[in-house]
Ligand binder design. Structure first.
Ligand code: PML
Ligand code: MG
Ligand code: MG
Ligand code: MG
Length: 254
């Protein structure tokens, strides 16, 4: 049996309402790993670079086998950039190469640039017209309920690439679920963690393109844009992103 373990934490609000988002994390693990997963999430919320959380919520929930679907991990490549403007130019080119119109690519980047505060979820944008399609304001659409199918195998692979930290591990799993979504053309992301300047463009066509510098060091605002095919059923898309449990496999063999 699998369990979903989710944590969210914040600072300065009451009962988790208001206050500043500190960190969130989620895993889907077997029963024997639930306890240690909870403990490591608690630690993470209290030792985060965004601050030490004063509100931490952890939720543990059984996941029925029948609810689980699988997708393949995106192949990873890297584009080295040395500053934000160069990173944004690279992101624009990658988005266009993935099938996003030049107008929508520019709008997507500009929308993240214009954020005053980080969003919990993503902006869903028409990949052709650049129109924002979700009506979810500052919350956006969250991609949730995913993990690697085999944690040990996945972590060994990431360490082998020199990408052992939480950020790339979690982002590649999320980007794989997003790319697999019904209508996704591409995804754009940079982090809300002030010192984490690497972002990416993900797409079903080309995979996960890390872009080493996408924002200025110290900037605490980040987010995601999901670019979807013109005519995508947005309600179905949101349901897939938020509710469908997806485990990401390294290959078709397992
Ligand atoms: C986040 O903090 O949620 C985004 C992390 C992006 C990771 C990019 C990478 O290092 O591959
Ligand atoms: Mg900004
Ligand atoms: Mg797992
Ligand atoms: Mg973060």
């Amino acid at each position: 049996m699998l369990y979903s373990v989710k944590m969210r934490s914040s600072l300065g609000g009451t009962h988790g309402k208001g206050g500043r988002h500190i960190s969130g994390a989620e895993r889907i693990v077997s029963e024997d790993l639930v306890d240690e997963t909870v403990i490591s999430m608690m630690r993470r919320a209290r030792e985060h670079e965004r601050g030490c959380a004063d509100f931490i919520q952890v939720k543990v929930e059984e996941v029925p086998d029948a609810a689980v679907s699988y997708c393949l991990m995106l192949p990873l490549y890297q584009i080295d950039t040395s500053e934000k403007s160069e990173g944004h130019r690279a992101a624009e080119a990658e988005l266009i190469r993935a099938g996003v119109s030049p107008l929508a690519a520019r709008r997507g980047i500009a929308s993240l640039e214009a954020l005053e505060d980080s969003m919990r979820g993503a902006i869903v944008m028409d990949a052709e017209t650049g129109e924002r399609l979700d009506g979810r304001g500052e919350r956006g659409v969250r991609c949730s309920n995913m993990d690697s199918a085999d944690t040990a195998e996945y972590e060994a692979k990431m360490r082998g690439k020199g990408l052992g930290g939480d950020h790339p591990r979690e982002a590649l799993v999320l980007a794989s679920k997003v790319a697999h979504g019904p209508g996704t053309v591409a995804e754009l992301c940079w982090s809300d963690d002030p010192d984490y300047v690497t972002g990416y463009v993900g797409s079903p066509l080309h995979g996960y393109g890390r872009i080493t510098v996408m924002k200025d060091k110290g900037d605490p605002v980040g987010g995601r844009v999901f670019f979807v095919k013109h005519g995508t059923d947005v309600a179905l898309y949101e349901d897939y992103m938020q509710n469908q449990t997806v485990l990401v496999r390294l290959s078709n063999e397992t």
